[in-house]
Design a protein around this ligand. Structure first.
Ligand code: FE
Ligand code: ZN
Ligand code: FE
Ligand code: FE
Length: 160
């Protein structure tokens, strides 16, 4: 890698991998979630995530690259940790608090990556890509906020 554009493409491949892993992982979290509210938020974000994959494919097309993945060790680790936790917590109310925490860890990772990608897209003159990346960034921030709200309004209290 030599240029900022190369780094941009590499990171795009990283999030393209990450979003696909998240699409695989979310249904298991939805299955395990006890409260309707939590299941609804996760379900809504699952469908947003599918749109996010399409946005990434649109960006690859804009820059004339085949959509390819680069293994994202960070998201692999976050998902592995979430799955481990889901296997270890017996009380279902406590499990919901764990699922929220695991979900927020993933959202924070995505917020970091999409923030960076949007800034780089802007810098290298990819205005349309920047807009798409910012749309996704807003969805990740909202998912994080909704998870916080659920935790503070009910999940943590039930778990305590
Ligand atoms: Fe995402
Ligand atoms: Zn890499
Ligand atoms: Fe990564
Ligand atoms: Fe997300």
């Amino acid at each position: 890698m030599k240029t900022l554009k190369d780094l941009f493409v590499h990171t795009l491949q990283d999030v393209y991998y990450a979003e696909q892993r998240i699409i695989e992982a979310l249904p298991k979290m939805i299955d395990k979630a006890e409260t309707n509210e939590l299941r609804n938020v996760l379900n809504a974000h699952l469908s947003e995530t599918k749109t996010q994959v399409q946005r990434l494919e649109a960006i690859f097309e804009m820059i004339g690259e085949e959509p390819t993945t680069e293994t994202c060790e960070a998201v692999d680790g976050l998902i592995e940790e979430a799955e481990e936790l889901m296997g270890e917590v017996e009380d279902r109310s406590v499990l919901d608090a764990g699922i929220v925490a695991s979900g927020q860890a993933v959202e924070h990772y995505e917020i970091a990556r999409y923030g960076t990608l949007a800034a780089w897209a802007d810098q290298i003159g990819l205005a349309e890509a920047k807009d798409l990346l910012e749309e996704t960034l807003e969805e990740e921030k909202r998912a994080d906020r909704l998870l916080s709200e659920i935790a503070l309004q009910s999940v943590n209290r039930h778990a305590a």
